[in-house]
Design a protein around this ligand. Structure first.
Ligand code: MN
Length: 482
């Protein structure tokens, strides 16, 4: 398809982000693919890429540059997509805001969620498989060298609180363990809590695994929201319209009607089976262990479904986890410290472990209080660096410069031993490790010139094209009149 055909095909593709048209949020996956394609950000790979390793290898090479579409991978009828949001700016564009507004837009949606609306018939139920054989029906890739086979990595797992009926959305790694069987890693959060309630009564917990949704629904699933807060209502708020949902065929769960594929099933009580190893976001393998098991009851899909896969540790994986966390941490810190200007979970810290905080410093010592607030904000936060307003926290070299020139380890360093951290950080002892905070802010009340950043007047205004001579540079001798 040519770019012109793409532009004709979809309003989303021709949408202007900055300019006279008020940008609208992207609400469907197919609009998003059109939008990316129209900007040369979608690489359509030749047909027949191998599902084992080759697909992930190619997706990784395009990480942060282009999304990838793999038609007929290993000859499978369903195409695979990856790298849907592998750039922070893309997320801003999907929201229809400037990059600097991403966190506040997300937090606004958390504060003003929009309930979903139910529809009777849905594209995601065009085809229903009751006789489930996932490796035949779905193109399941194997990503890393030591992964224990094929995994579903971009499935939004929806479950219900057995006591209140409230739905929850979260992403879990899901190992293909049999034709209708998945191994699941449930960390101690909401899904796990619902499962434990059901298991105490000897009951299974119904789940639905939703694959192939728009980027804002994907992002919403990663919100750090309280128990019984339905993350799909954040997606509605980000879209500016209630999310259409449909009732599952084999349970009462409601799933996004516009999705590509839904796997319906139930987490079995008192059953554990081996799962892993699997390549995780910190760029290490999550270990093999006895984990929860899902028995699949049905698979529903669009006629021409797409299967989304997230390659572990890539930018898509890191940003989807990082941006909702940044939004939550910023709101959390501002409740106590209104002078916190911005926060950033750095790529080098796998968008989880290293938090940069930019403040308007008011009091000596305050940076240390802010660090303690940040450690309390999420257990994944391991190292916090607090800097002044003149340091660009989205540029790691700027943050390092602040540490190099505004930090002294004997007075500006905070260490909290033996605290709760990430179990996926291999340097912890099963999740128990140290926190470290660095106060890299300038002291108040010192001579202004001491920390005055050097600057050449006018450097920010230089027009490089305008100042360079049209003479070829090999003629530099004639330029000096020689
Ligand atoms: Mn939740």
């Amino acid at each position: 398809m040519t770019e012109a055909q793409v532009l004709q095909k979809s309003d989303a593709a021709s949408r202007t982000i900055i300019g006279r048209n008020q940008p609208q949020p992207i609400t469907t996956l197919r609009d998003w693919l059109d939008y990316l394609a129209a900007r040369d950000r979608l690489a359509v790979i030749r047909s027949g890429t191998a599902l084992r390793f080759e697909l992930a290898a190619i997706a990784k090479c395009f990480d942060g540059v282009k999304a990838t579409l793999f038609p007929r991978p290993s000859g499978h009828a369903i195409s695979v997509i990856s790298g849907l949001v592998s750039d922070r700016q893309w997320i801003a564009e999907a929201m229809g805001v400037e990059s600097s507004e991403v966190l506040t837009r997300f937090q606004d949606a958390v504060l003003k969620p929009l309930p979903w609306k139910e529809v009777e018939s849905a594209p995601v139920q065009e085809v229903v498989h009751y006789d489930v054989d996932m490796s035949r029906q779905l193109p399941l890739p194997t990503h890393n060298e030591y992964d224990n086979g094929a995994y579903i990595t971009a499935g939004l797992l929806i479950a219900r609180n057995p006591a209140t009926g409230a739905q929850n959305v979260s992403i879990h790694r899901l190992q293909l363990s049999g034709p209708n069987r998945l191994g699941a890693l449930l960390l101690p959060r909401h899904t796990h809590m619902f499962y434990a309630m059901a298991e105490r009564n000897g009951q299974p917990l119904d789940v639905a695994i939703v694959i192939g949704v728009d980027p804002l629904t994907l992002l919403s699933s990663q919100a750090i929201a309280p128990l019984d807060f339905d993350e799909l209502t954040i997606a509605g708020a980000l879209h500016g319209a209630p999310l259409p949902v449909v009732k599952c065929i084999t349970s009462d769960l409601r799933v996004p009607a516009e999705a590509e594929i839904v796997i319906e099933g139930r987490l079995l009580p008192r059953v554990r089976e081996l799962e892993g190893p699997f390549g995780e976001f910190p760029q290490y393998y999550g270990e093999r262990a006895e984990r929860h098991v899902i028995e699949v009851t049905a698979v529903t899909q669009r006629k021409d479904a797409l299967f989304h896969t997230i390659v572990g540790g890539g930018l898509e994986h890191l940003l989807l986890g990082g941006i909702p966390r940044e939004a939550t941490l910023l709101a959390h810190l501002r409740r106590s410290f209104p002078n916190v200007r911005d926060v950033h979970l750095a790529r080098g810290g796998v968008c989880r472990y290293h938090l940069y905080v930019q403040i308007d410093k008011r009091e000596e010592g305050e940076a240390k209080n802010i660090m303690m607030g940040a450690f309390a904000g999420h257990y994944d936060v391991k190292h916090v660096i607090v800097v002044d307003a003149d340091v660009d926290i989205h540029n790691p070299a700027e943050v390092e410069w602040a540490v190099a020139t505004r930090f002294q380890a004997d007075r500006d360093l905070v260490i909290v031993p033996e605290s709760q951290g990430s179990k996926l950080d291999p340097s912890t002892r099963n999740g128990v490790g140290a926190k470290m905070g660095l106060d890299a802010t300038k002291p108040l009340g010192v001579d202004e010139m001491k920390f005055k950043r050097i600057r050449v007047p006018g450097e920010e205004k230089v027009d490089l094209d305008g100042v360079v001579s049209t003479m070829p540079s090999c003629n530099w001798r004639s330029a000096i009149g020689g």
